[in-house]
Design a protein around this ligand. Structure first.
Ligand SMILES: [Zn+2]
Length: 361
């Protein structure tokens, strides 16, 4: 009877506030108590928490987080997130296992959240996501991106809780929020690729997850002119990124949020490591993949410009050669995931003309 079975693992508690970081301890008590939000008084506290963060973020949040945990009576141990390499993951994992705590939280932009997500999955402890930047949709998703010679994402667990203080997100460099917008806009392409894959290979397609992911992207596209005038609404973007993560949870795969534009971005991760932010590369990929799909790529480019995200290779520090190479390499990174790039072979000549015609190079 497993043929049609579909399981969804979702976050249980999500708090989005402004200057609410001093309530982190209370939030954890609600999570541990299992009695729902606000039931913290009668609830038990978590058996201590392991906190993973980078040193910059830790300096910013340390006092408030520690004050909040101490007043809630929750023991804590800090850990420094290293690179996403197997070695540093093993080190942090061994340290956390020694803590003997009941939960693991990742506090940071991307790497700390990913590190904590992966380790908590490995040692079977609940994971709490505390994003301090809105640069990509990993904050509420069950996926972790792995940097290797074949960059890709792997499935871990969905966070049990997501805790966001918008005032911290707002104080992060504006390029990070713009990158988050690029990651959201990418959902439009990802969903098209998913529909195409469903038609061609009969793979599972979930309309609810697809529509939810599309809605997050449309929020950026429909409001971009206003963002250009008054600044990007950080809260709306955070809500969109969380919804996108939840869409992945509902789909049971990264399909609604990751298609050919993500394969292009992953190819660039391998060709030019460390150049450009994830969402920036996905945004540029979205412009080109939209053209291949016959979608309105100009509208996507305009929305990216409006939010201050790059639309050309030069703006991210990439040259034409690397763009062409990435376009040709992209589908090969994950041949089983059917996308618009599976339809016909991407040759250097086609790649060059695609990148030129969309103004990327
Ligand atoms: Zn992404």
């Amino acid at each position: 009877m497993t043929g049609n079975m579909h399981t969804m693992e979702l976050p249980r508690l999500i708090e989005i506030g402004e200057k609410n970081l001093d309530g982190f301890g209370r939030f954890l008590c609600s999570l541990a108590g299992g009695g729902g939000y606000g039931a913290a008084d009668a609830a038990k506290r978590p058996d201590g928490i392991s906190l993973v963060s980078g040193s910059n973020v830790r300096r910013i949040v340390k006092k408030t987080v520690e004050g909040s945990l101490e007043s809630a009576g929750i023991a804590y141990v800090w850990h420094k997130a290293g690179k996403n390499s197997p070695d540093s993951l093993d080190r942090v994992r061994a340290e956390i296992e020694e803590d003997g705590t009941g939960m693991v939280a990742g506090i940071g932009g991307g790497r700390s959240v990913d590190t904590a997500k992966m380790i908590s999955f490995g040692i079977r402890k609940p994971f709490v996501s505390v994003p301090t930047a809105a640069s990509h949709d990993g904050m509420a998703s069950p996926f972790v991106s792995i940097k290797s010679d074949r960059p890709h994402s792997i499935v871990a667990s969905a966070p049990l809780g997501v805790f966001v203080d918008i005032s911290i997100i707002k104080s992060a460099p504006p390029g990070l929020l713009a990158s988050g917008c690029g990651d959201l806009i990418a959902n439009i392409i990802a969903v098209r690729d998913w529909q195409l894959g469903h038609r061609r290979t009969d793979e599972y397609y979930g309309r609810y997850a697809a529509d939810l992911a599309t809605m997050s992207a449309m929020m950026v596209i429909e409001n971009s002119a206003e963002f250009a005038e008054k600044g990007t609404d950080a809260r709306l973007i955070v809500e969109g990124l969380i919804s996108a993560g939840v869409a992945s949870c509902i789909a049971g795969s990264s399909r609604p949020c990751s298609g050919s534009e993500h394969l292009f971005s992953h190819a660039l991760d391998a060709i030019a490591p460390g150049v450009g932010l994830h969402g920036e590369k996905c945004g540029i990929g979205s412009i080109m993949m939209a053209k291949l799909h016959g979608q309105d790529w100009r509208r996507i480019a305009r929305a990216l410009r409006d939010v201050g995200a790059p639309t050309t290779a030069e703006q991210v520090g990439l040259d034409a050669d690397r763009i062409v190479k990435a376009l040709c390499m992209a589908q090969g990174l994950r041949p089983e995931r059917y996308t618009i790039l599976s339809e016909s072979e991407m040759t250097p000549r086609r790649a060059l003309s695609l990148a030129k015609s969309t103004g990327v190079i």
